[in-house]
Design a protein. Sequence first.
Length: 79
Amino acid sequence: MKHEVVTRRRATNVTLPEELVVEARVLGINISKATEQALQIAVRAERNRRWQEEHKDRIDAWNAWFEENGLPFADLRVF
């Protein structure tokens, strides 16, 4: 059985190019849903970018270690 998560919604105004809105309506695209999906993608990308920026020193150190030492157990790999 599939359970739906109920999320509180907030009404907001978004200004979009008129031609785009008209075409979306003609094509039967739900503008609210499409906008929500695009915003989710943008938020996820920005969170990832900030996480990578915040952890850059550790990631660089980890990568440097691998460059110096190679992959652990690499000599046991058969592929």
